[in-house]
Design a protein around this ligand. Structure first.
Ligand code: GLU
Length: 299
């Protein structure tokens, strides 16, 4: 099977250097294997601080600066498009409903107030916060629906949650970290589709990776802690998982995630400071990797 990788940024602002390093890693694998590199915009989190439309222009500009031209992406389109997730809402809804019909996901009518009170109580008791699976039980679900209907006077719109297996373990095979085992019991019944019709990351990303024929998911290792949820969604659909690769994040000298405190973190800041594309590309490739040849700093 030919290698198909994707770079899936969210337009949350001007891209971080770490984000573009991930793009480079994906692109290099595609080039080496004679495969395809797809760029998909993951813009389903519409909270104002997480949705910055101008961020998209900076992402495009940064890729161009690095000389990376995706084989398929939102700018020029392609056979598996559209490559902007907010234009694919119908697809995600259909797949979420399919899981509900198969009993692998369920409607949840819990109100914001109930969830908030539940979280506060969990915090006060010093136990891990998470959904208590109230609506997983059909009777309680119906009671909750009727309660909201009588309180609000209109039919409440539910969210769709994954019915996480309650027993056993989810095993994630990562090409960098090896085998990682997660206890299913400790995993939340993740929201897949929100009441506003937008999917969460887990649904949209898994569905798109499948429909777009992605063979390798290369992404920062901050996604490792939720990799069990990602895998559980793939397993609920019964799909073959892509190969997972989680390179370590770029850290500052203090071993903390690279942030503003350490100086420039946005790729475009380096561009504005006059660094040449080749130098930036070379610099990003060598952050966290070396060819194993002593003192070779120019690739
Ligand atoms: N939209 C996610 C992000 O920007 C993508 C993560 C992934 O590559 O799966 O972090």
């Amino acid at each position: 099977m030919p290698v198909r990788v994707r770079y899936a940024p969210s337009p949350t602002g001007s891209p971080h250097v770490g984000n573009l390093r991930t793009a480079i890693y994906n692109w290099l694998l595609a080039k080496k294997e004679g495969g395809q590199f797809i760029a998909r915009l993951e813009d389903t989190d519409r909270t104002p601080e997480r949705y910055v439309p101008e961020g998209m222009w900076d992402i495009e500009e940064s890729l161009r600066y690095l000389g990376i031209v995706p084989d398929e992406w939102w700018v020029t389109g392609g056979p598996k498009g559209p490559y902007i997730q907010s234009q694919r809402l119908e697809i995600y809804k259909e797949y979420a409903e399919k899981l509900v019909a198969e009993g692998k996901a369920y409607y949840c009518y819990c109100s914001k107030e109930r969830l908030e009170a539940m979280r506060k109580e969990q915090q006060a008791r010093g136990i891990p916060t998470g959904y208590d699976r109230h609506c997983r039980d059909p009777q309680r679900r119906e009671q909750m629906r009727l309660k909201r209907l009588s309180e609000e006077g209109v039919e409440p719109t539910p969210v769709i949650r994954l019915a996480m297996p309650l027993e056993g373990q989810t095993v994630v095979h990562d090409l960098v970290r090896g085998e990682i085992v997660y206890e299913n019991r400790s995993q939340d019944d993740q929201i897949l589709l929100k009441s506003d019709g937008y999917p969460t990351y887990f649904l949209a990303c898994v569905v798109d990776d499948h429909l777009m024929g992605v063979t390798h998911v290369i992404r920062g290792d901050d996604w490792l802690s939720s990799a069990a949820k990602f895998m559980a969604v793939i397993q609920a659909f019964g799909w073959e998982p892509p190969k997972l690769v989680h390179p370590p994040l770029i850290l500052g000298p203090d071993r903390k995630k690279l942030s503003k405190r350490h100086g420039a973190t946005q790729f475009m800041e380096f561009v504005r400071e006059g660094y040449l594309p080749e130098a930036l590309f070379n610099f990003l490739v060598l952050l966290g990797w070396s060819a194993g040849e002593e003192n070779r700093e120019i690739m």
